[in-house]
Design a protein. Sequence first.
Length: 679
Amino acid sequence: TPGRTNVELPVLTHCPYCALQCGMAITPEAAITPRTDIPANAGGALCQKGWTAGELLTNGERLTGPLLHGRPVTWEVALDHVAGRLSRIRAEHGPDAVAVFGGGGLTNEKAYQLGKFARVALGTSQIDYNGRFCMSSAAAASTRAFGMDRGMPFPITDLAEADVVLLAGGNVAETMPPFVRHLAGPRLIVVDPRRTATAKLAWLHLQPTPGTDLALALGLLHLVVAEGLADEEYIAARTTGFDEVRTSLASWWPERVERVTGVPVARMRQAVRAMAAAGRAIVLTGRGAEQHAKGTDTVTAFINLALALGLPGTPGSGYGCVTGQGNGQGGREHGQKADQLPGYRKIDDPAAREHVAKVWGVHPDDLPGPGRSAYELLDALGTPAGPRALLLFGSNPVVSAPRSAHVSDRLGALDLLVVCDVVMSETAAMAEVVFPVTQWAEETGTMTNLEGRVLLRRKAVEPPAGVRSDLEVIRELAARLGHTWPSDPRVVFDELREASAGGLADYAGITYERIEADKGVFWPCPSPDHPGTPRPFLDRFATPDGRARFTPVEHRPAAEEIDEDYPVYLTTGRVLAHYQSGAQTRRIAPLAEAVAEPFVELHPDLAEELRIDAGDMVRVSSRRGQTQGAARISDAIRRDTVFMPFHWEGANRLTNPALDPTSRMPEFKVCAVKVERVA
Ligand code: SF4
């Protein structure tokens, strides 16, 4: 344009929400268009959350200044207050009296810096994050089987080339709709107690009783063995432990599995025959299979099935976890987990401690050991033996934690709660100090999507005056505790690369420039001249002997089964219009209009028995609390089960915090409830 020299082009970046991390272009006016150069978008798709993400940037409920006891104060006052209170609490009660809680939506740089802040500046072992509630069972099972957890260890485009995809416990048609485009080619087998939008697209839907996915996986594997469909050559060449698993399957004959799960034997047989006949087949798990007190074993059973069919590490085939949160993959690699250091290293591994301590300029003996897992940490807050102060970044546990009313009580018992957030979430509303922070398109940082592809989210617009980034908050608090740290994301990323070098999640060869040039780089990428690793298991698995490990697992009932007092199962999940605790999406007008309130989905037979009509207000109670929602009557759900979305405060008052012994994942996906019409 004549006379106009600084024409501002749309900035290429990625969606603020889920782990697909769809590419999008955004103008300075926050107008959004999809990118076609990012494989996850499948040729330029976005869901309604992505299309409306610009409204997050202009939202009228945005926090624009720090709050102390609900009153506006300057940044200096708020930071000095927090640093002073932290120092006094630490001096009086020791370093573990201060806890840190992170989030799976934080950039890699933030996740890294938060782990370092906790262990070096605060000296506390008490750090964990909300990703523990997300995919930790799949991560534990993948590590158990393959020696490494990289979500989907293959590019997402492999899905379209597969002949069969089995998806256990994932409703991608609602949670990440562009994912469905990748499923247009293969025969889709869906395992889900509900006939979800995804199950309606399936060639075959297996609809087990909630909490019985593990038994179903055992039944499928039993059939593979009984019908001689196992890939014996692959098993001999690439795995260990199959004989033990084969023996353990003996009692899981199909008719018994049908009795336990409610899935007809004929359907199970149809599934395994299709998978065995496929040239390329992929097994995927989502939260439905993972969020159980036996989640790690459930995913292990599906991995055993995949291994018996010779899928993992075979080109075009495999097992993968469909991670949920925006940086669900990267969030679990850089040290914000209680048991972990950067590079996906174990915190109790002496070599890992030595490497990371050197990068951080401290002595390995000064690094704390493992802390409490997310629910155990929340449960301990304000107790005599637990933390007395909590710093919380990018999470809203008042809505998202199991047995959430109890978690609110624990947060209320703290001496100090500090929350960094974009809006006044339910948890921020309880805080003594709230720091208003920048969000996705107002800052630059890297995200690692569900494929393990490291992407660059670029800054596209200026944040509102009065707002700072999480990295700046960490820098300022660290400075007040005696540490001089950077807050420039590129500088933090360079340190992360060094800290990750030689670990499983090795980012040493990844730079912002390479990500820009290559549209993302797959880890591990140990050096600048390394091409990145789209399919890490083609030659060997990350176990000491290079072989994948079969592990025998046993089905057991849910931690809480239905009974006379609580005769119906509750399962929870997401709806298309909303994301996680809803703190963001409930504030976007088109999304709030699409689904304005929580609801209770129940089968027509159950509705008739309970004299409930569509739209009636329904009370749902468990042993932990009660909530209400409008009745939605649908034959897509089993007669013995009701469904509630978890985007509003309420559903998680009911859920059961029984923990998986390995992953410490709470049993979000099944508990026993009573359902009544509200008079
Ligand atoms: Fe964003 Fe996920 Fe929707 Fe893509 S699918 S637009 S990443 S919320």
